[in-house]
Design a protein around this ligand. Structure first.
Ligand code: SF4
Length: 348
């Protein structure tokens, strides 16, 4: 049985093993530069880090390619139409990120001469950049020493040091251990090495400890899946609502959601506020129940009933709508929830 506590003199050795592992095994990702090469474009690092918040690498790759082809520089993105960016973001979820993305690109372009700040403090002053993203950009794009802790890093550290405290209370302890491992030089490579280790070897289930470069140093290896310890989850509140599918002349009525709030600024089907109130349809007619979709948001689970009305002619409505061709609905940039509802309506 190894010591439960890792000795201080061991820490630099652990760091070096992880860096050596990275030099030989770094994942090749479109927003990265190979270890030891030139530093990646801060615009690419920032864009990928914002996209990767709450989203997998596999899902982000296609979006990153689309964004960088369409808007190759931060200035190009800053000058884009809001609606185009929101539509290009559709499907990635957490739409506040897209609104902050635009606000940040505009602030960097108009207020900072197109240059991202190098320091964590400077980066944190920008819209949508929190402590994690600021540390990641500062370390990876500018080579500054910063302590970078994402979900993968959190898991590796919790296992490596057998952190007994449950998350989220364990965050400061985990940050402290990551701080003690982060080298003065190559902090960006070290952060990416830890992310890779978590994504490919120290996976949430069945970690590949036999392939791990720090297996002999790991204090939690014998019971790896028990770490990180997590506090019991509270069930998500349930909400219900209705969405209106109004179809006429092979078109469907879409609205633009208010700029602020959930899915703000996105194109959508008209719907109620999802707070469970009994709502009347937006116009009189022979409404049919077409089906139900469920969707899980960060803070609640939503069940939406889809009500459909098919009319021979496009009616005048009391709110602004855009009549969108149903056979081109995939180009509307609908958020996933409304895409699901549209698919059910089209089958109904
Ligand atoms: Fe993770 Fe296993 Fe490596 Fe420990 S030995 S860091 S549990 S992969």
């Amino acid at each position: 049985m190894p010591d439960r506590i890792m000795r201080v003199e061991t820490l630099p050795l652990v760091t070096n093993k992880i860096l050596a592992y990275y030099d030989a095994n770094a994942r090749i990702l479109p927003w990265r530069s190979p270890p030891g090469g030139t530093r990646p474009d801060p615009y690419h690092v920032w864009l990928s880090e914002v996209m990767l918040q709450q989203t997998t690498v596999a899902a982000v790759k296609a979006y990153f390619a689309t964004f960088t082809q369409r808007w190759p520089t931060c200035a190009d993105l800053a000058h884009a139409e809001d609606a185009d960016v929101m539509a290009a973001w559709a499907g990635l979820g957490y739409y506040a990120r897209a609104r902050n993305l635009l606000a940040c690109a505009r602030q960097v372009t108009q207020g900072l001469g197109g240059q991202f700040p190098e320091t964590e403090d400077g980066l944190r002053a920008l819209p949508g950049i929190g402590p994690y993203t600021a540390a990641a950009i500062s370390a990876i794009a500018f080579g500054r020493r910063a302590v970078v802790v994402d979900g993968n890093v959190e898991r590796v550290i919790a296992r490596l040091f057998a952190v007994k405290t449950a998350l989220p209370a364990a965050k400061s302890e985990i940050y402290g251990w990551m701080d003690s491992l982060t080298p003065q030089d190559r902090a960006g490579d070290f952060a990416q090495a830890m992310m890779d280790l978590g994504a490919t070897i120290c996976t949430p289930k069945k970690p590949l400890c036999d392939l791990c470069p720090v297996a002999e140093d790991c204090r939690g290896r014998a019971e790896a899946e028990a770490f990180p310890v997590k506090a019991a989850k509270q069930p998500k509140p349930e909400r219900q609502g209705r969405v209106w599918w109004i179809e006429a002349e092979d078109h469907v009525a879409l609205i633009r959601r208010p700029a602020k709030g959930l899915l703000g600024g996105m194109r959508a089907l008209p719907s109620c506020d999802w707070v469970g109130e009994e709502v009347l349809p937006p116009l009189a007619g022979d409404w049919q129940a077409l089906g139900v979709v469920t969707h899980v948001f960060t803070h609640f689970r939503l069940t939406l009933q889809i009500m459909g009305l098919r009319l021979p002619k496009q009616p005048t409505l009391v709110f602004d709508v855009q009549w969108w061709p149903i056979d081109r609905l995939h180009e509307a940039g609908l958020p996933t929830l409304f895409n699901k509802a549209a698919m059910v309506a089209c089958q109904g």
